[in-house]
Every structure is written in structure tokens, then in C-alpha cells.
Design a protein around this ligand. Structure first.
Ligand SMILES: Cc1cc2nc3c(=O)[nH]c(=O)nc-3n(C[C@H](O)[C@H](O)[C@H](O)COP(=O)(O)O)c2cc1C
Length: 169
């Protein structure tokens, strides 16, 4: 994959996560890794750093790796991988090997401990800064009802974007 300047990352942030989705992978060679689909999140600037924000419920297998490791990647895939991304968003790495099931491949580079999806159009290699649990009691009632009927709350992970890679054809 080609290393690019983050200034060249050109996307509408309001559709990037919501419509395109991303596969988040967390973990590394020491603790293992897992990936899942996310459609809630954002990109921005915080503490003078380029950052991404992702929201992962505590029940997800991927949450365990986000807690155990600082290596986090966001892989953005083309439309033809939508069904593979649906598998990453419906099945758990506790039950199946999602890479084997979908034919996607985990990839890594010597300068980085984490894994990303080899087939991605764009990858953001990140380093976890911190995780913050959403405080259920502070949420408005409509969001409690809509999004947290079982109180399966999200942890918001703030991750620093360290490198932008593309798979230009
Ligand atoms: C389109 C789509 C978007 C999703 N977005 C999120 C999200 O932002 N946060 C989250 O916790 N789960 C989200 N999910 C659900 C997880 O991807 C799903 O529960 C997955 O099976 C978890 O896998 P794991 O147990 O291997 O971590 C989404 C699912 C789909 C299909």
C-alpha cells in the first residue's frame, strides 16, 4: 500500500462512516486481533493531533482487543465488499474467523504492530489514546430508548491517526 499525506484524505465525513462504513481492527501480534464493522464515528483534531473517534459496545469481541492493545486501524473498503463488511458487522470473531469466511486478508507492515484489511481502498493506521465509557445516566431519554434498550453501552475510543495508506490501482 502507498503511504500518503493525511492532507490528501478527501471525504465527506457525514457520509464516510454512515454510508461507506469501516472495518475497525484492534490488536497486535502479542495479544491477537479482531475486526468488526462500524458506521458510527468521526475524524477531527484533538489535543493538537489528527484523531478518529469510534464507538464500540462493550459486548463486542473487538472491545476486548481495544482494551488490551494500542494498535487500531480503520479500513475503508469499496462497494463490492459490502457483503463481506456485513459479515464483519453481523458475526462475532468469538464464533468464526471472519477473514476466512469473507476472503478478506489481514495485512501488516514491519513498522507497525497492528493489522488492517489488505483489500481496503484507504487505511488509517492509528494508536489508541484513551477509551471513555458513555455515561448512560447522562443520555437523553430518546437515545436511551433508541440505542441502549439493554444498556449495552459504547466505549468511545479516541485514537491518534498515525498514517494514511491507499491502495491506488
Ligand atoms: C453497518 C454496521 C455498522 C455497525 N456499526 C457499529 C458501531 O459503530 N459500533 C458497534 O459497537 N457495533 C457496530 N456494528 C455491530 C458490530 O459490527 C457487530 O456486533 C459485530 O458482529 C461485532 O463483532 P465482534 O464480536 O467480532 O467484535 C455495526 C454493524 C453493521 C452491520
Amino acid at each position: 500500500m502507498l503511504k500518503k499525506n493525511l492532507k490528501e484524505f478527501d471525504s465527506n465525513i457525514f457520509t464516510l462512516f454512515d454510508k461507506k462504513w469501516a472495518i475497525v481492527t484492534a490488536g497486535d501480534k502479542n495479544v491477537g486481533f479482531n475486526g468488526m464493522t462500524v458506521s458510527w464515528g468521526g475524524l477531527g483534531t484533538l489535543w493538537n493531533k489528527p484523531v478518529a473517534f469510534i464507538f464500540v459496545r462493550k459486548s463486542r469481541f473487538t472491545h476486548e482487543f481495544l482494551e488490551k492493545s494500542d494498535s487500531v486501524t480503520l479500513s475503508f473498503l469499496g462497494e463490492k465488499y459490502k457483503s463481506a463488511m456485513t459479515v464483519f458487522g453481523r458475526k462475532s470473531g468469538r464464533d468464526i474467523d471472519k477473514f476466512a469466511e469473507t476472503g478478506l486478508h489481514p495485512s501488516f507492515e514491519p513498522d507497525y504492530n497492528g493489522y488492517f484489511v489488505a483489500e481496503a481502498e484507504a487505511v488509517l493506521k492509528c494508536k489508541k489514546i484513551m477509551g471513555l465509557d458513555i455515561e448512560y445516566d447522562k443520555l437523553p431519554d430518546n437515545i436511551k430508548l433508541d440505542c441502549y434498550p439493554d444498556k449495552d453501552i459504547h466505549t468511545m475510543y479516541i485514537v491518534e491517526v498515525k498514517q494514511y495508506l491507499t491502495n491506488e490501482e
